[in-house]
Design a binder for this molecule. Structure first.
Ligand SMILES: C[S@@+](CC[C@H](N)C(=O)[O-])C[C@H]1O[C@@H](n2cnc3c(N)ncnc32)[C@H](O)[C@@H]1O
Length: 265
């Protein structure tokens, strides 16, 4: 008992410090930025957590992403990577937005395995690309980095064999989410795939309660993933192309992986 109370206090202090750190580098950061100036490009409205090179270095940690994704990180990465099938030797694979953890390393390995001609990673934040360049140093194969806004990319139509979007959409405002997914659909070639991993509305009430509290504080746009933003529905409503959708849910429906193949290949 004597050790129990101080231990509880220390744990409480650690939790408060973690909360304050994440609150300062996310919601507070955006409030400060908009107080001092109007955001003039999409990246200016992003959290410091994603734009500041020291915070990127501090947060890009396998343990942090594993906890944020409720210890399902490895499983989700493996599922997304498994969905990338060799479409043709020398094909191109696009990763839209950097991801913390070892996702891009795994993707680079897969690209080598399927003999892809090029892996392209784009992100709206230059510091994210710089961080990823360091992580991917030494990975074999051609890897290219491009500073692009996911909602208006400068890539040609039908120019990639696979397009992967790993936990980006929930970060974006509703209309931007729609545009980013439509952009992913535009740049993939007929016969190619758009593969995305995202949050989904959990079936258990306790998980809904905890997740709602977390999202409300840190990622308010993520709650769209529970209702009005349904990636599979948006993809199948495409009037120009037919799509074949495979959707799987994980961990009490808390996560989803969608693999959409563009018709006409
Ligand atoms: C770090 S990821 C999110 C991490 C993810 N939750 C995970 O667990 O790995 C967010 C990334 O999306 C990028 N991003 C945000 N908005 C973007 C946009 N409009 N276009 C391209 N990249 C964007 C950020 O710069 C950042 O690199």
């Amino acid at each position: 008992m004597e050790i129990f109370v101080p231990a509880l206090k220390i744990l409480g202090i650690i939790l408060v410090v973690i909360f304050l750190y994440f609150f300062t580098v996310t919601r507070f950061a955006v409030a400060v930025k908009s107080f001092f100036r109007e955001p003039d490009k999409e990246a200016d409205s992003l959290y410091w957590l994603y734009t500041n090179k020291y915070l990127i270095w501090l947060t890009d940690n396998q343990f942090v992403v594993t906890v944020v994704l409720l210890f399902q990180y490895d499983r989700l990465v493996a599922k997304v990577i498994e969905k990338i099938t060799p479409s043709r030797s020398g094909g191109r694979v696009l990763q839209i937005s950097c991801a913390y953890g070892n996702f891009s390393e795994k993707l680079a390995e897969k690209c080598r395995h399927i003999e892809a001609g090029e892996m392209v990673v784009c992100d709206i934040v230059g510091n994210q690309l710089e961080n990823l360049k360091k992580k991917l140093k030494g990975c074999p194969g051609k890897i290219t980095f491009a500073e692009e806004d996911a909602a208006k990319m400068r890539f040609d139509d039908n120019s990639f064999d696979s397009v992967v979007v790993f936990f980006l959409l929930h970060e974006l405002p509703y209309q931007v989410k729609r545009k980013a997914l439509q952009e992913a659909m535009r740049v993939v070639r007929p016969g190619g795939k758009v593969i995305l991993a995202e949050f989904h509305k959990p079936t258990s009430w306790i998980m809904r309660l905890i997740s709602r509290a977390y999202f409300s504080f840190f990622e308010p746009f993520a709650l769209d993933m529970w209702g009005r933003f349904n990636p599979s529905a948006l993809i199948t409503s495409d009037e120009k192309n037919s799509w074949t959708i495979e959707q799987e849910s994980f961990f009490h429906d808390n996560f989803q992986v969608v693999s959409a193949t563009k018709g006409g290949g």
